[in-house]
Write a protein that binds this ligand. Structure first.
Ligand code: IPE
Ligand code: IPE
Ligand code: MG
Length: 250
């Protein structure tokens, strides 16, 4: 892969990642699943740095879905301990690297302590102007859309919006990512080729990239390969491809 193709003009502004395969990575090493999650946390640190180096504006990471609560209690408990530890450990680094940190998802189900920690890191990094790092915890696309519908319903009820005038823009503004652009590129690791209830609304025109690499093994070079694949694609948004001159009818 030539790194020359990764010129800012063609790079995605927003890269989204479904970080998958931690459990299988650990199983293959005869380790418990949580060992894979701890290795996965190290990958997060590396990829955040690489995204920053590549001038990506927004990096959104799927860390825990609403459906992941149905995993064994021990794994869920260990995952939330890992979030808390990583936040404490990373807070200073994020700030000194000019990263703006945000969490999306239904935080009301999280412990008060973790909610406070998240708010604290969001506040400390709120004025930063570098990479926007968005971590989705207790997030699902259907939750986000339902939540937006509920908020719009409240506006209709208090008379601040006329239901017959609601448009896509109004709806988008009620979603978790409202102020940020939709993802240009979605990367999913571990060989699975599905969305798993991630950003259902925002992925309308996102380019999809699947790799067999498990998340703990996902390297900076793997990330650049995904960017390179994106840079070579022709995004049409429902229009027609650019026609070479000799094919033009008039
Ligand atoms: C992704 O890895 C992390 C979370 C969903 C929290 P998995 O834990 O899903 O790993 P696999 O897919 O079982 O290998
Ligand atoms: C998606 O991975 C959720 C996260 C990466 C947080 P899963 O491992 O939960 O997805 P499925 O169950 O394979 O679809
Ligand atoms: Mg998985």
């Amino acid at each position: 892969m030539s790194r020359n193709s990764l010129t800012k003009e063609f790079l995605p502004k927003h890269v989204s990642i479904i970080m998958d395969g931690n459990g299988r990575w650990a199983n293959e090493r005869n380790q418990i699943r949580i060992f894979g999650h701890y290795e996965g946390a190290k990958t997060v640190k590396r990829i955040v740095k690489e995204a920053h180096r590549q001038n990506i504006e927004v990096l959104s990471l799927f860390a825990f879905s609403c459906e992941n609560w149905n995993r064994p209690d021990q794994e869920v408990k260990a995952l939330f301990e890992l979030f808390a530890e990583s936040l404490t450990e990373q807070a200073k680094d994020l700030n000194s690297n000019n990263v703006k940190f945000n969490v999306i998802g239904d935080l009301s189900d999280l412990s008060a302590e973790l909610q406070d920690k998240i708010k604290e890191v969001e506040n400390v990094t709120s004025a930063n102007t570098g990479l926007n790092l968005v971590v989705a915890i207790n997030y699902s696309g259907r939750w986000d859309i339902t939540n937006a519908a509920r908020k719009l319903g409240e506006k209709v009820k208090d008379g601040s919006i006329d239901p017959s005038l609601i448009n896509e823009q109004d709806f988008s503004e009620m979603l978790s990512l409202c102020a940020l652009p939709d993802p240009d590129l979605l990367i999913r690791t571990s060989g699975e080729q599905r969305i798993s209830n991630f950003m259902l609304w925002q992925f309308a025109y996102t380019e999809l990239y699947f790799t067999d690499v498990y998340w703990p093994d996902f390297s900076e070079d793997d990330f650049r390969k995904a960017l390179d694949s994106y840079c070579r694609r022709d995004r049409r948004f429902g229009l027609v491809a650019e026609t070479p001159n000799h094919d033009k009818i008039v």
